[in-house]
Design a protein around this ligand. Structure first.
Ligand SMILES: C[S@@+](CC[C@H](N)C(=O)[O-])C[C@H]1O[C@@H](n2cnc3c(N)ncnc32)[C@H](O)[C@@H]1O
Length: 389
């Protein structure tokens, strides 16, 4: 049976949750901390809508009890047998080793031996040098290792068996940076959502094409942008007119770069009292995150922010509850504050059942652990997944 491997990003729990949501009927197996396999084929271009996966690979061999054969011999064997199928011309080869039993030097030596045997067989080859055991997505992308006469061999050495795979897709780092840093209207003060996290949040709800996503705290419009690129219709609103203008202009910019994007309506509105058009299928939003903190705040300042932010969120959820159908799913990024190496969560989270929402769940995954942060961040984003009762 075809097995597809997913090399997950910086916080693997997000990649895992996203794939569980998109493939509810398939067996998902954890191969290591940041690699999972799914027992089905996927189109390589799926990578363009996955925020939590950096490479997709197809399994080529799974070998048990390798003790009697060296890893070196196996790598050479696997590359040689697959390289015959590549189109004519110079081959570019990369090796990514995911495990703890090799050094970069060993991988380099194996690569040199491979180069020698391939040259002897009459094919010229260029090898992408390993800075680390794994090639980064930037190296795979810039060396076009998933295209034409190229090959990235992926070795997963996380106990028995050892798996060999070939990458079929890598995240397009240029497209992400363009959709993030090159947007004409940005405002660091509102805490713009990374496009990858917006994709993950949308995927956690697994909407169908053409359904309608609402972002009632749309800011500069990252959720709207990513939803449109996935073929979803969108509605955005924000309390601040300047943000409405920014989102509108950013979406105009997006339409110049991509053809045939679906409909997007943006208006001003206070999320705690606004009435949106009917027929909202999903809500995906990054709510107001409160004051940004750059240095460790006192517990009093955190409590103050918790109160303000919690109040807006609660009033928003009460306002929208009667406007959406029972069963409507919501994915909301809310702040959680790092204090003394722990997270301080919003207190209102315990009241959500009383005001008409149930928590969403995934098999074998604690959604309370969906906290997106960078190591130096004080205000992290907790991802809430709710279903309107
Ligand atoms: C964290 S930002 C959202 C950023 C957005 N995800 C982006 O990518 O730019 C929160 C937004 O909520 C808006 N906001 C704050 N209180 C609001 C309210 N009561 N109703 C609607 N929008 C509100 C702010 O103007 C701000 O744009």
């Amino acid at each position: 049976m075809t097995k597809t491997l997913f090399i997950l990003g910086r916080q693997p729990i997000f990649g895992m949750a996203e794939l569980k949501s998109l493939f509810p009927d398939n067996t998902i197996e954890k191969m290591s901390e940041n690699i999972i396999s799914i027992n089905r084929y996927v189109e390589p271009n799926l990578i363009n809508r996955l925020g939590g996966t950096i490479k997709i690979a197809e399994e080529i061999a799974s070998i048990q009890n390798i003790n009697n054969k060296s890893l070196e011999a196996l790598i050479i064997e696997n590359v040689l047998s697959h390289i015959q199928d590549l189109p004519a011309g110079k081959i570019t080869l990369g090796i990514s080793y995911y495990g703890n039993n090799q050094t970069v030097r060993n991988i380099e030596i194996i690569a040199l031996k491979l180069k020698k045997s391939l040259k002897q067989s009459g094919r010229s080859i260029r090898i992408v040098p390993n800075k680390e055991l794994e090639l980064s997505s930037a190296q795979v992308f810039h060396n076009r290792l998933t295209k034409d006469a190229s090959f990235e061999l992926i070795i997963i050495d996380a106990g028995d068996p050892i798996t060999f795979a070939r990458s079929i897709a890598v995240q397009n780092i240029e497209s992400y940076s363009s959709r993030d840093q090159k947007r004409p209207y940005r405002d660091a003060r509102v805490g713009m959502l990374p496009p990858k996290l917006a994709q993950i949040m949308i995927n956690l709800l697994n909407p169908l094409p053409n359904q309608i996503i609402l972002d009632p705290f749309c800011g500069t419009g990252v959720v709207l942008q990513e939803a449109l690129l996935m073929g979803l219709r969108t509605i955005g609103s924000d309390l601040d007119n300047r943000m409405v203008d920014y989102s509108t202009r950013n979406i105009e910019w997006l339409r110049q770069k991509y053809n045939n994007l679906p409909d997007c309506q943006i208006s001003d509105g206070d999320a705690t009292s606004h009435h949106w058009p009917k027929d909202i299928d999903y809500v995906v939003t990054e709510a107001y995150l409160g004051k940004p903190f750059f240095q460790s705040p006192s517990i009093n300042s955190i409590d103050k922010e918790k109160e303000i932010v919690g109040n807006i969120l609660l009033r928003f959820l009460k306002n929208i509850q009667p406007q959406i159908k029972s069963g409507t799913k919501l994915c909301i990024a809310v702040p959680t504050w790092r204090y003394n190496n722990k997270f301080i969560h919003l207190s209102i989270l315990d009241q959500l059942v009383q005001i008409g929402y149930n928590p969403m769940s995934f098999k074998n995954l604690e959604t309370k652990d969906l906290i997106y942060y960078r190591p130096d961040q004080i205000v992290a984003r907790q991802i809430l997944l709710l279903i309107r009762k």
